[in-house]
Design a protein around this ligand. Structure first.
Ligand SMILES: Cc1cc2nc3c(=O)[nH]c(=O)nc-3n(C[C@H](O)[C@H](O)[C@H](O)COP(=O)(O)OP(=O)(O)OC[C@H]3O[C@@H](n4cnc5c(N)ncnc54)[C@H](O)[C@@H]3O)c2cc1C
Ligand code: SF4
Ligand code: SF4
Ligand code: SF4
Length: 407
């Protein structure tokens, strides 16, 4: 077995290499941390080079920068059910209305996150909401999308920028040098994706304590969009709801303790985008058209990067555009990828030696100082309009402290 890329940390797990291999010689296999990487069966491989051609880490896709808006779904239910303002559903529905197909991330029956293709309303609903876990199956989803495109169907490919880049490159190879006309893409602003192994362990431990899980929602808005909570519902009727400063999985996620290594050197953490459209949270605009408390239903950031993006946006009649600008969007991801916590390797070392339960307990806690910053100082600086500056100062200082701690 061989790897496609020599530099393992550059591999995003996008699966483009596996999707284009004419001999199915590549399979995605999880490493010790639980992230999938391509493995080549040298017995099957004929060294045609297509996998390397398709790899966005070896030959990057062209990134494009477009106009930025804030936006909300005009249906309140759709808006509340989405992670930010519901822009994704509004765009996706325009594609399925024309008998097109949409690719996006869904939970399977055991809450593994998978990339799936769908044309139905229920299928689109399952894609709704951010799942803070690396989604598997991009390679199979790319193949399904290509089959749909061959029949003349439009396809909207939504996912992380690296998945979108992988899908675009694979389309180019599969379609003999040109991305098919009907291929549209939508990426998200991406903090990074955690290990599926840690998520599975977290859910297993939760089920041990509270019984069978019926649903998981990372972005519950009961306390308002800006106070997002992880909501888990159980067969017993019980409900768990914890904020980003309380839930251990959330704490590990935002601190950069359990993200895929490629996320810390992500080439897509910038203004220039891989997708025709980019979506995120629009944290600004406090005093503009939509004052509080309406804003607490969620507001999407929408970037329209290409002509295809404009076409899609024009068709999305249920999307209400509001003013937006880069400064008030508060997006640290435009400047740099998420930094890895200095505790990252200690965390995964602990998972290996003592098990996930011990590691989640030990590392999934905030110090009193971090709690103060997250709960009081963060929201205050946002209101004062100095959030980005404060983030730079705080994270810059913390990185130095982390480095000192780790020596
Ligand atoms: C892992 C992750 C990290 C994110 N980080 C940020 C961030 O730092 N800053 C920011 O502004 N926004 C971030 N977002 C995006 C944001 O949370 C919203 O998803 C986005 O604003 C779109 O919201 P919506 O209301 O339009 O639609 P929603 O219905 O909430 O969006 C659903 C879309 O997200 C996709 N999706 C969900 N989970 C995954 C996954 N695991 N892998 C691939 N695609 C997925 C679906 O396929 C669909 O396209 C992140 C999303 C994810 C999944
Ligand atoms: S070189 Fe060709 S045959 Fe070999 S793994 Fe890559 S795509 Fe498949
Ligand atoms: S195509 Fe994607 S999964 Fe394959 S080696 Fe390149 S980055 Fe990794
Ligand atoms: S942070 Fe970058 S590498 Fe990581 S999942 Fe997001 S787009 Fe991919």
């Amino acid at each position: 077995m061989e790897a496609v890329l020599e530099e393992k940390n550059s591999c995003t797990g996008c699966g483009a290499c596996a999707a284009v291999c004419p001999l199915s010689a590549i399979s995605m296999k999880a490493d010790g941390e639980g992230f999938p990487y391509p493995q080549t069966d040298t017995g099957k491989c004929v060294d045609c080079g297509l996998c390397r051609k398709a790899c966005p880490a070896l030959s990057p896709v062209e990134l494009k920068r477009g106009e930025l808006y804030s936006a909300i779904h005009s249906d309140e239910g759709e808006r509340l059910a989405a992670s930010s303002g519901g822009a994704f559903q509004a765009l996706a529905a325009t594609v399925t209305a024309e008998d097109g197909a949409v690719c996006g991330a869904v939970y399977d029956e055991s809450f593994s996150v998978m990339m799936e293709l769908s044309r139905s309303t229920e299928g689109l609903r399952a894609m709704r909401g951010s799942k803070y876990v690396a989604a598997a199956g991009n390679e199979e989803c790319i193949k399904k999308a290509f089959e749909a495109l061959k029949t003349g169907s439009k396809v909207l490919y939504s996912g992380t920028p690296c998945q979108v880049a992988g899908a675009k490159k694979a389309m180019e190879i599969l379609n003999k040098g040109r991305v098919p006309e009907g291929f549209f893409s939508c990426d998200i602003l991406c903090h990074g994706v955690p290990s599926p192994k840690i998520f599975a362990e977290y859910l297993r431990l939760t089920e041990e304590k509270k019984g069978k899980i019926l649903s998981v929602n990372f972005r519950n808005k009961d306390k308002g969009w800006e106070k997002q909570g992880l909501e888990i519902r159980f067969e017993s009727g019980e409900r768990y709801l914890a904020g980003s400063a309380e839930d251990p999985y959330y704490i590990l996620y935002f601190a950069g303790v359990m993200l895929r290594p490629s996320c810390h050197q992500c080439p897509y953490a910038c203004h220039d985008r891989a997708g025709d459209i980019s979506l995120g949270d629009y944290w600004g605009n406090e005093d503009a058209e939509e004052p509080q408390p309406e804003r607490q239903k969620g507001v999407s950031l929408v970037m329209v990067n290409t002509g295809k993006g404009k076409e899609l946006l024009k068709a999305a009649a249920s999307l209400k555009l509001l003013p937006g600008d880069e400064k008030s969007a508060y997006q640290p991801l435009f400047d740099a990828p998420t930094r890895a916590s200095a505790s990252r390797s200690a965390f995964f070392g602990c998972v290996e030696q003592e098990g996930a339960e011990a590691a989640i307990k030990r590392f999934g806690r905030l110090s009193a100082k971090d709690k103060l910053v997250k709960k009081v100082i963060g929201p205050l600086t946002k209101r004062l309009g100095i959030y980005k500056l404060a983030q730079k100062v705080y994270f810059g200082k913390r990185q130095k402290l982390d480095k000192k701690d780790s020596v």
